[in-house]
Design a protein around this ligand. Structure first.
Ligand code: GLP
Length: 235
């Protein structure tokens, strides 16, 4: 595992965008696994800047996002589809038909099957970008008895609902369920890049990177992946 500690969020975002940019340059039709949350926002800004300068071409890039809240339509400004359009897709020359986010409003079981089929039909993920929840969740894979495999529906924990409530008008509006790519699919990605910032992420990052590998800290499984980079800034 390659662990990079930096001082500022700006540095974190620059390094992360450089790593993703290199994947796009080497394979213009690469499959990027993308994440939401506040941590990757700066990375997406840097990627959009590189695209505007003509350093990156997204025209053939394909993407699969990690997760979506159940019950939120793509038009809902709290949905992860809306977030991705707003933070990245609307600012780069990507074909939106090549971008995928799990459906939050269809039949959940059908959506899960459909999503695993999409990932398979793309030939797997070249680079998976991740954030990390305060309880160690990746995607919406919450602490559990076992590591999950494919896309599935999850019940969000109180800690996640609390942490994500800052994006909603009130905590009551945070959906209690979500659909998420499984740990198995994340581990199948050729390369994994995890970004985390803020002092409140320090302990969980330490547990994930150096602690026991346990489904109670879902990100700890990444210790077993052959190509993981973790970038952490205390800012
Ligand atoms: C949500 C997302 C995760 C993300 C996490 C951390 O729960 N489902 O994919 O990693 O938030 O978000 P933040 O970066 O805002 O701390």
């Amino acid at each position: 595992m390659n662990f990079i500690k930096v001082k500022t969020y700006e540095e974190l975002s620059k390094i992360a965008a450089d790593i993703i940019g290199e994947v796009i340059v080497n394979k213009p039709d690469c499959v990027l696994g993308l994440a939401t949350g506040s941590s990757p926002v700066g990375t997406y800004k840097k990627l959009a800047e590189k695209c505007a300068k003509g350093e990156l071409d997204f025209s053939k890039v394909r993407t699969v996002n990690l997760d979506e809240y159940l019950g939120l339509s793509p038009e809902n400004d709290q949905s992860y589809r809306y977030f991705m359009n707003d933070n990245l897709f609307d600012h780069v020359n990507i074909d939106k038909a090549n971008t995928h986010v799990p459906g939050g409003t269809g039949d959940p079981d059908e959506e899960c099957k459909k999503y695993d089929a999409i990932i398979e039909s793309m030939g797997g993920i070249d680079l998976q970008l991740l954030g990390i929840g305060r309880n160690g969740h990746i995607g919406f894979n919450e602490p559990a008895e076992t590591f999950s495999e494919g896309t599935h529906v999850v019940e969000l924990t109180e800690s996640t609902i609390e942490a994500n409530s800052c994006f909603f008008a009130s905590k009551d509006e945070v959906p209690t369920k979500a659909i998420t790519m499984g740990i198995g699919s994340i581990m199948n990605a050729k390369k994994v890049l995890l970004v985390a910032n803020g002092p409140y992420k320090k302990d969980i990052i330490e547990a994930a990177v150096k602690g026991e590998i346990t489904p109670m800290v879902p990100a700890s499984i990444l210790q077993k992946h052959p190509d993981v980079t973790v970038i952490y800034s205390e800012e």
